[in-house]
Write a protein of this length. Structure first.
Length: 224
């Protein structure tokens, strides 16, 4: 993680020069700028040289056509690297699997700098970033035992975990406390509906961690 005031750096692993050039431009134009290391399609460059010290790994999941490298993603995550998956795949199953494996953000290549730049910043700080593609995937996920939460329910839930009161959530999201209560109640009902009741906040946190709705890093940050 970059210390306060220090330049955030990211290493991008992508075999399309045009994609890398675009990402480099977005990073250079960001305020403050983000330093980018180009690893091309060389996964080894993530582990050696400047790429080894980068705060964030921007990872193209499919360097080999029709062969998404979930194994490398797992290796990156297990080694403690903070990963933004930046993929051409827009299907929900791929997005959910990447988050389940520990990526802190999943974006499709149709999502431009308005999402990639803040995703890099969030992930560098150890926080998850939920782009529209991932919100849709989480809302539509029909994996057994996983409730189908709406993007708004996910947003309220994450805000509540990071706040000490529902009043603070309401102020942050510009909604009423009653609306916050309604969303949380719906989430509880949905978890109960799949046989995973969550009557307390701590139980709901456990469910959300299990499902990738929030990360331990985010919870740790919120408690500081």
């Amino acid at each position: 993680m970059a210390a306060d005031g220090e330049l955030i750096t990211a290493v991008i692993v992508d075999d399309h020069a045009a994609i890398t050039a675009g990402v480099r431009y977005w990073c250079e134009q960001a305020d403050p700028p983000i330093g980018l290391v180009d690893a091309g399609d060389r996964l080894g460059d993530v582990w050696t040289g400047p790429g080894a010290d980068a705060d964030v790994v921007i990872f193209d999941l499919e360097l080999v056509p029709r062969n998404p490298d979930f194994g490398e993603l797992r290796r990156l995550v297990e080694s403690g690297r903070r990963v933004v998956v930046y993929s051409q795949h827009a299907d929900n199953a791929t997005a959910i699997k990447c988050i389940d494996l520990g990526a802190l953000a999943y974006l499709t290549k149709r999502e431009g700098p308005e999402h990639l730049v803040p995703a890099i910043r969030a992930v560098a700080d150890g926080q998850a970033y939920t782009a529209p593609s991932l919100s849709g995937a989480l809302a539509a996920d029909d994996a057994p035992g996983r409730p189908r939460l709406s993007p708004r329910e996910i947003e309220v839930l994450r805000a509540w975990f990071a706040a000490s009161s529902k009043e603070l959530v309401a102020a942050k999201l510009h909604i009423t406390v009653k609306t916050v209560d309604t969303h949380i109640t719906r989430v509880r009902v949905k978890y109960a509906g799949v046989g995973r009741g969550a009557r307390t906040k701590s139980e709901l946190v456990t469910r959300a961690l299990d499902d990738g709705v929030i990360t331990l890093a985010e919870l740790s940050e919120a408690s500081v």
